[in-house]
Design a protein around this ligand. Structure first.
Ligand code: 5GP
Ligand code: MN
Length: 317
């Protein structure tokens, strides 16, 4: 942690990047650090490899994200990544060292590849936002309402609203401090969860129709094809913000829930969720992905049918 603080303090210009298909924790922890660094007079640029879903427009930095193509040949003192398990997840078109002489890698994924020059990985943290809060404290920056809001979005979404097993007393203590900074939890939940487009709910309908249950493998999985997205008018981010994969895990007697989501003719995104008996990060790692014991993912190259066969082979004991 001392090295993390030193690296941030030493940098005048910082490039921060979200991970592919950014979620609430990537957006929230990154935004909180960016705001804190600006309070210290530093210049921070925010990049995203994929569009930031509109439900996160409550995060103060929401309008700022630019694509990698807009970074061009600019160089910075530091590239700082929060919640990004490996370098490929940044979607950067070039080696990160092209953008800065030092790379900072702060994360809570146990499968983090420690690709930075300075790394701080704490798999005990329920969200990268918990680590970001500690970093901000050590930087001596006060957690004002804006920073609190960014941290809360990361913490609330990555703990599934404080329901997931990774939630600790520290998660709740941080939440209490963030609420003390002036946040309204009901208002935030409404903005995050009660502004769903009808197209997303139509996609959920298709997802539940496709649900396949393999009791012999303790597996339930949902398959979403490109046509499902076209028919419903939903986008990939809807599948995530609606927590579609969680429906597969909800079933009694099922240990592993999965979602196969077609991203292109030869690309399928796999999401895995476990009740605890199976470490799905190990399963995802076998095909080049990663994540946590109870929530992991990977990208598979091939057709939806091939991805389905791969999934069944992956969970077969
Ligand atoms: P999701 O299924 O919601 O996309 O991701 C679940 C968890 O697995 C998240 O913590 C996410 O960061 C991680 N994850 C998802 N896809 C990948 C991937 O392709 N590579 C790695 N290393 N982690 C992933
Ligand atoms: Mn994330």
């Amino acid at each position: 942690m001392k090295d993390v603080i030193a690296a941030l303090r030493a940098a005048k210009t910082v490039l921060m990047c979200l991970h592919r298909q950014p979620d609430g924790d990537s957006i929230g922890s990154t935004a909180a650090i960016a705001l804190a660094l600006r309070r210290l007079g530093k210049e921070v640029m925010l990049v995203t490899p994929d569009p930031v879903p509109g439900v996160y427009d409550l995060v103060p930095t929401y309008p700022e994200y630019i694509p990698w193509s807009a970074v061009k040949d600019r160089r910075f003192d530091l590239v700082a990544l929060f919640d990004c398990a490996d370098e490929r997840r940044t979607g950067a078109p070039q080696d990160l060292k092209r953008y800065a002489p030092r790379v900072l890698d702060v994360d809570h994924h146990a499968t983090n590849t420690r690709f930075g020059d300075v790394c701080f990985i704490d798999p005990q943290a329920a969200a990268s936002a918990e680590i970001a809060a500690r970093v901000i404290e050590q930087l001596g920056v006060t957690i004002d309402r804006e920073i609190a809001l960014a941290l809360y979005v990361g913490l609330e979404t990555d703990t599934g609203g404080f329901r997931y097993a990774a939630t600790t007393p520290d998660s709740h203590r941080l939440a209490a401090r963030l609420l003390d900074a002036g946040l309204e939890p009901g208002e935030i939940s409404q903005q995050l969860y009660e502004r769903q487009a009808v197209s997303g709910l139509r996609l959920l309908g298709a997802a539940l129709q496709s649900l396949r249950v393999r009791e012999d493998l303790s597996l339930a999985y949902i398959v979403l094809s490109s046509e499902d997205f076209e028919r419903s008018g939903a986008v990939a981010a809807d599948a995530e913000t609606l927590g579609i994969v969680d429906y597969a895990r909800r079933i009694e007697g099922i240990e592993v829930g999965a979602l196969l989501r077609q991203e292109g003719p030869h690309e399928v995104k796999l999401s895995l969720r476990s009740k605890g008996a199976v470490d799905v990060s190990h399963l995802a790692a076998r095909i080049g992905g990663g994540g946590h014991a109870r929530a992991a993912g990977a990208t598979f190259e091939g057709s939806l049918e091939e991805a389905e066969a791969m999934l069944l082979a992956l969970v077969r004991p």
